[in-house]
Every structure is written in structure tokens, then in C-alpha cells.
Design a protein around this ligand. Structure first.
Ligand code: ADP
Ligand code: MG
Length: 150
């Protein structure tokens, strides 16, 4: 599914639609340049999952944990992390916690750790907004995207 959002609020709203569907072990990868809307989308996602606190980019902390009702959300940012250095971050634990789902900005370096079944979202700058492409890899993730459309 590909669509265009005209402002921050629309990107957040889209994030909310996915966030309300996510469950433990789901993994959402957010690809796109700096300022393309990955953190903004994650703010909506966390809200949709029931987290009402502040969501900021964890660039310098690499991972943040939010508690949303019965679910946990791991918010990772692997900006400027080299693939060789991902061993210390604990990505394996984040993606295998049955109570948590993971959302990853700049996911490239963590490639070795993600499950085959995952949601991939690509953000692109447009002159007047952002183009956002969502795709599900695997049965569960494809189903998530399908349910988002409703
Ligand atoms: P990233 O995490 O990808 O680096 P952010 O979500 O932190 O990006 O920042 C996106 C910036 O772009 C924000 O300052 C936001 O206000 C602005 N913006 C403008 N239009 C949009 C849009 N359609 N969707 C998301 N952000 C937008
Ligand atoms: Mg960000």
C-alpha cells in the first residue's frame, strides 16, 4: 500500500492505524532519509497501541522502551550503527520478547536479526509531503497491512 501524507498529523494518523493492530513479536522496519517522518509515524504507532507518553527519536540511546497497557514497545534507531556493531545492542532479545513489538528506524544494520515475517515501511520526501509505502513480508504482516486498509 502506498499513500501520500500532507503533514505530520496525517503521518501520525497512519501510524495509529497500524499501532492498534500490533502484538508481541511483530516487527516494523522504517526506512527513509533523515526528516522523512519515521519518528512522527512511530509517535502515532505508540499512541495507537495505547501509549500516551512522549516518543522521541532514540538516536543517541539506540533503544527506548514504552509500556502500553499489556504490550511493550521497543523503539530502536540504528542510525550510523555499523552492521558489525549490532551484537551489543540486544536486538535479539527485543525481537523475541513475546510481550513486545519492535519498531526500528534506520533498520539496515540489524538485518541479521529480523524475522522473515515483518512490516517494511519506506518514507520519501515529496515537495508537498511524504510518500509512504507499506508492505508486509510474510503472512502475519501481510494481514496487518490488509486490516489497516479497513
Ligand atoms: P525521521 O524520524 O524520519 O528523521 P521525523 O519524523 O523526526 O523524521 O521528522 C519529520 C519532520 O518533517 C518533522 O519536523 C515534521 O514536522 C515534518 N513533516 C512535514 N511533512 C510531514 C509529513 N507529511 N509527515 C511527517 N512529517 C512531516
Ligand atoms: Mg527519527
Amino acid at each position: 500500500m502506498t499513500l501520500k501524507t500532507l503533514d505530520e498529523a496525517e503521518t501520525r494518523a497512519l501510524g495509529r492505524r497500524l499501532g492498534r493492530l500490533l502484538k508481541g513479536l511483530d516487527v516494523v522496519l522504517l526506512y527513509g532519509d533523515l526528516g522523512s517522518g519515521k519518528t512522527t509515524f512511530t509517535q502515532g504507532l505508540a499512541k495507537g497501541a495505547g501509549f500516551s507518553g512522549r516518543v522521541v527519536s532514540p538516536t543517541f540511546g539506540l533503544a527506548r522502551l514504552y509500556r502500553a497497557k499489556a504490550r511493550l514497545i521497543y523503539h530502536l534507531d540504528l542510525y550510523r550503527v555499523a552492521a558489525d556493531d549490532t551484537g551489543d545492542i540486544g536486538i535479539e532479545e527485543f525481537v523475541s520478547d513475546p510481550k513486545a513489538f519492535c519498531v526500528v528506524e534506520w533498520p539496515e544494520a540489524g538485518r541479521a536479526y529480523y524475522p522473515a515475517d515483518r512490516v517494511e515501511i519506506r518514507f520519501k520526501h515529496l515537495k508537498d509531503g511524504r510518500r509512504i509505502s507499506l508492505s508486509g513480508r510474510g503472512k502475519r504482516s501481510k494481514d496487518l497491512i490488509r486490516r489497516m486498509k479497513k
